[in-house]
Design a protein around this ligand. Structure first.
Ligand SMILES: Cc1cc2nc3c(=O)[nH]c(=O)nc-3n(C[C@H](O)[C@H](O)[C@H](O)COP(=O)(O)OP(=O)(O)OC[C@H]3O[C@@H](n4cnc5c(N)ncnc54)[C@H](O)[C@@H]3O)c2cc1C
Length: 402
């Protein structure tokens, strides 16, 4: 199976973070790609995202560090508060000398559209990347030396291979893995942004603060050089089967957080209009490719957001995939095999660890007391060592190194 650098191009289903990261990483290695986005415009939902040091290493490889630095906020700490009694559970300092000694890169929060725009601008500056909207991929066929991708408008495009970066409900995955619908977790996220002057003064800090309560949590942090704040409120509910980016029920949200600290309600009460997500993930799988098709990002390894890593993993995927394609001397099947082999355990570990973090955030009773005891006594260095595999354990080609 061969794939030359320019002709034909790789076809990429999906112009989210995974799709653009893959397109850019391929271009940096000299490979052409054509990104097919089903929506009429490229873009990201107007909310925040945390980006760990592992993603910063990928930004460096892709030449995006300056663009990200221009719009992100570098918080001073990750803080967990008990949402019932207001006690500090743990505080992990970020971006200190000790932090940088272990991770060698910063921790930041960024407005999603800014991250997407940085990727988009870099892609547009590359002649090897072409971008198309209103192009929904409905299927594909492997015809030996080419992949033929079917679009909803009836066209068929030929490419060197298909990269399925089409997210949680991936169409490409149906053929590559065929494991049915994602797993509905029973956890719902409500998201909103608040202008900084509306945030109570005591909470208007450059800190990622998580209020952990029984079967709920609220996270808030500043964005856009701290002039807006991102809010994510999560609670358990079996009321919703599927739902994404639709308006949430404010009364239900408030009742789920009843009995919690006034600081929590001071934030929740400021917002009348929330967007709702039904949170889903999947069991990890070890095969992400079939013939001339391969998956990246949420299409390959959708995860709950409790480790704040889905987009970071998508960045890593793009860099790793391009590096394996460049090393495979035209043998794309070997490249996809090497890519998956290098990534599935790391991504699987994040998928499964994220579920555990959700249990810790949402603990009640004795479990919450144990949480306070176990996390409260830790020195920052112990906390850093606990996530070293995640934030530092990657080489410049996106391979796990320890
Ligand atoms: C509440 C919440 C908070 C989060 N917080 C963080 C965080 O702090 N840090 C972090 O790293 N991650 C976080 N994540 C995860 C992160 O948002 C995702 O992992 C990431 O956006 C996945 O990117 P993607 O490009 O793989 O998928 P998507 O963002 O879903 O992009 C897929 C793209 O493909 C397009 N598409 C879909 N189907 C087709 C088709 N058939 N044909 C063509 N185009 C198609 C879609 O329109 C979309 O543009 C969070 C997620 C949630 C829900």
């Amino acid at each position: 199976m061969s794939g030359s650098r320019r002709d034909p191009a790789f076809l990429i289903a999906g112009g989210g973070i995974a799709g653009l990261a893959a397109a850019l990483a391929l271009a940096r290695k000299g490979f052409a790609s054509h990104v097919l986005e089903r929506e009429d415009e490229f873009g990201e939902v107007g909310a925040g995202i945390q980006i760990g040091p592992n993603a910063f290493r990928m930004f460096k490889v892709l030449g995006l560090t300056e663009a990200i630095d221009a719009t992100c906020v570098y918080p001073d700490a990750l803080v967990m508060m008990d949402a019932l009694n207001g006690d500090l559970v743990t505080r992990i300092p970020l971006n200190t000398n000790a932090f940088r000694n272990v991770f060698d890169s910063p921790y930041a929060v960024i407005y999603r559209p800014d991250l997407h725009a940085a990727l988009m601008q870099a892609c547009k500056a590359e002649s090897a990347v072409t971008l198309e909207t209103g192009a929904r991929v409905t299927g594909f066929e492997d015809s030996g030396g080419r992949v033929r991708v079917a679009l909803e408008d009836g066209r068929t495009l030929a490419g060197a291979a298909l990269i399925g970066a089409d997210g949680l409900w991936s169409k490409v995955r149906e053929t590559v893995v065929g494991d049915g619908k994602p797993r509905v977790s029973g956890h719902i996220a409500y998201r909103a942004v608040l202008r900084a002057p509306e945030v109570p003064e005591s909470l208007r800090r450059d800190t990622v603060i998580l209020w952990a309560g029984p079967k709920t949590h609220l996270v808030h942090y500043p964005l856009h050089k701290s002039d807006i704040f991102n809010l994510v409120a999560v609670f358990h509910s079996d009321r919703y089967e599927e739902g994404w980016n639709v308006f949430g029920d404010v009364a239900e949200l408030r009742s789920r957080f009843s009995g919690q600290r006034p600081e929590v309600h001071a934030m929740l009460d400021k917002i009348e209009s929330w967007r709702m997500w039904v949170l889903c993930d999947r069991e990890p799988v070890k095969v992400w490719h079939k013939g001339r098709a391969v998956l990246t990002g949420d299409a390959a390894h959708p995860m709950l957001q409790y480790l704040a890593q889905g987009a970071c993993m998508a960045m890593e995927d793009g860099v790793c995939l391009a590096s394996k394609i460049a090393a495979a001397d035209g043998d794309l099947e070997a490249a996809f095999r090497a890519f998956t082999a290098s990534r599935y355990l790391r991504a699987g570990r994040v998928q499964l660890t994220a579920r555990l973090y959700g249990d810790v955030y949402h603990a009640a009773g004795v479990a919450a007391e144990l949480r306070a005891m176990m996390l409260g006594g830790r020195a920052p260095e112990q906390a850093y060592q606990g996530v070293r595999w995640l934030y530092a354990g990657l080489d410049d080609d996106g391979n796990q190194v320890f």
